[in-house]
Design a binder for this molecule. Sequence first.
Ligand SMILES: [Zn+2]
Ligand SMILES: [Zn+2]
Length: 293
Amino acid sequence: MYYKKITFIVLSSLLLFSCGQSSKDNNKNKIEKINRDDNTDRGERPERGERPDRGGKRKYEAVPTAPGKATPLSAFNEFNPKSVIISFDGDEITIDSDGHPNHTTPYWEDTDSLYIEPVVAIAQTPGRIGSHRDRSISLTVPASPGLAVKSTSTGLGAIGISVTGVPIFNDSEGPGRPLEEEIAETFDYAGGHVGPSGYHYHSESMDVPANTTLSHNDEKLVGIMADGFLIYGRKDLDGSYPPDLDESGGHIGATQHSNDEEFYHYHIINEYYFGNLIVLFGGDLKGSPNNIL
Ligand SMILES: [Zn+2]
Ligand SMILES: [Zn+2]
């Protein structure tokens, strides 16, 4: 029992030092949840945002899936070749990225050619892109991902990799802490900021002249999620908002990459989180999640 208490104290201080801070009461709840997670409750789905941040490396468990359609390979031509290496290996696709975006942001070191003065950010989180720390991430997914028998909630850390090579995060900042206005004020026009694990995106990019590549209210490819499904902008190929999305933003349809072939993919859901903020992915993963290492 004493040993457990000590573990709780260690975990609770870890939680306090992760991406955000939560209130003491909140933390107490989180710690109780972790206790359950760490014991036997393996089959139980954790609540969204409550998975503890263990050094940024998630341990998802594989979920059985139905057979899926092949992901159209031409989609991978959209990834930023300066930061991302795509490897095709029979049944699997691996996306390796150094985590560095190919667009301007005030989160670059001010000596970098892609550094700009803030366009939309009112405040900035500490830390800059391009410092010596290794921010590389790697995701291996099936070439034909299928829908899983049950969906999996996401937690802290990367839940997908954007076409720019930057990790995609969900709609929480720290354990159980949803994105709040004061956090959103630190987002650059790309919907990103720097946290303890480096630069990452939470929200759709904004419509400003500095934004020349990222998806904003259109059908562009946004990236690939941890379950191997592609995620596109808010619109379908015909310029309309897809009316048949599931609660994670997914549906079966054709995209600009699929030659009229229909396959399951996500869209950014056309819904404001608050103000003019639209989160990239706030739902559960519908396929079997793979760890982003
Ligand atoms: Zn963040
Ligand atoms: Zn679609």
